[in-house]
Design a protein around this ligand. Structure first.
Ligand code: DAH
Length: 360
């Protein structure tokens, strides 16, 4: 075997063995570079006789072509192997769960949702929102609302009292939102049209009572408002809130010291196992108390009952939230269990609107 053939085979073997493009480049430089082995052979052609050059020259050029071709082929192979390796290392595992958008994290508590829903509905009817303190005087919580001292209706409220002051008076945690009626009438002139959502407190705890709960009060005072208006407002509210086309309501006579006449309102419903449907069925559910504001209350709030009249109502926010969203135990509303909140809660950016839907 001639030296040239041996050299060519050696170079071709090195090309085949080159494991990456850098190693292949080293083989190319070793063979075809300025000082490469094949370049060196080509440089000897000048010193040969024309005949030698013909045969030797052709042989060396054939070897050079063979090496060049082998280099190109090997480079292609190494290039595509490098690409495959890169693709393999950069694959995305599409089975991983998507990260939740930060704007979607957290949940709005069903009570806050219900609060927003009902203020949206009453605001649309022209009601303003009025607020008062959780710690009240006995005078605003009871006396000005026509609960005389020692009246048995006071006992029914299971009141949390603070220690008596030196003058014997005692502050208390308001037992209903009705004192906000008093504060509103003392600070505004009629016509008055407000709702008063807020926290209320009574010493009571079981599946349907918690020591802290929520009410929304409504108050309308002007010269001509009557029970017909009240009925329309409550009907429109129930339709909008429960998101149904019609509701049947039942007004029953009742007693509250601060209204005369006083009524309790039930809505018609059907209870199917865990679900309640409104506007159909045989059952009735009590949802609120209401009535015409008692003349004694108007007088206590510096409003002349011979000129002005009006109506009021009080409703449990927790109760209507539980009815609408199918929650069985009131206490769960206040346990702060994240799993419960994820199930019953609402997405943070979805504000209830009448146009866009209250709870969708
Ligand atoms: N304050 C009453 C309660 O807590 C609810 C209520 C009934 C409020 C009738 C009213 C009303 O304004 O007119 O039980």
């Amino acid at each position: 075997m001639s030296d040239l053939t041996t050299l060519q085979q050696q170079i071709l073997a090195n090309i085949a063995a080159a494991s990456d493009e850098a190693a292949l480049e080293a083989v190319r430089v070793g063979a075809l570079g300025k000082k490469g082995s094949i370049s060196a052979l080509l440089a000897t052609l000048g010193k040969m006789t024309p005949d030698e050059r013909k045969t030797e020259g052709a042989a060396i050029n054939l070897a050079k072509d063979a090496v060049t071709q082998a280099l190109t082929a090997r480079r292609d192979v190494l290039k595509s192997a490098a690409l495959d390796a890169r693709l393999a290392s950069e694959t995305i595992d599409v089975t991983l769960p998507l990260r939740e958008n930060p704007a979607e994290l957290g949940r709005v508590h069903p009570l806050s949702q219900t609060w927003d829903e009902l203020t949206t509905i009453f605001a649309d009817m022209g009601f303003a929102v009025a607020e008062g303190p959780d710690i009240e005087t006995d005078d605003y919580n009871f006396t000005k609302l026509n609960f005389p001292e020692g009246h048995p209706a006071r006992e029914m409220h299971d009141t949390f009292y603070f220690n008596p002051k030196e003058d014997g008076s005692r502050l208390l945690l308001r037992t209903h939102t009705s004192p906000v009626q008093v504060r509103t009438m003392l600070s505004q002139k009629p016509p008055i049209r407000v709702i008063c959502p807020g926290r209320t407190y009574r010493s009571d705890s079981d599946q349907t009572h918690t020591p802290m709960f929520h009410q929304v009060e409504g108050l309308v005072i002007d010269k001509t408002s009557h029970l017909g208006h009240l009925k329309w407002i409550l009907q429109e509210f129930c339709k909008a809130f429960f998101e149904v086309d019609h509701v049947n309501m039942r007004f029953r006579p009742s007693f509250f010291p601060f209204t005369e006449p006083s009524l309790e309102v039930d809505i018609q419903c059907r209870r199917d196992k865990n679900e309640i449907r409104f506007g159909e069925g045989e059952d009735w559910l009590e949802i609120l108390g209401c009535g015409m504001v008692h003349p004694n209350v108007l007088r206590a709030c510096d409003i002349d009952p011979d000129v002005y009249q009006g109506f009021a109502w009080g409703m449990g926010i927790d109760r209507i939230a539980m009815l609408k969203y199918g929650m069985a135990d009131l206490r769960q509303l206040f346990e702060g269990d994240v799993r419960w909140l994820n199930h019953y809660g609402f997405k943070p950016l979805e504000m209830p609107t009448l146009a866009g839907g209250l709870s969708t």
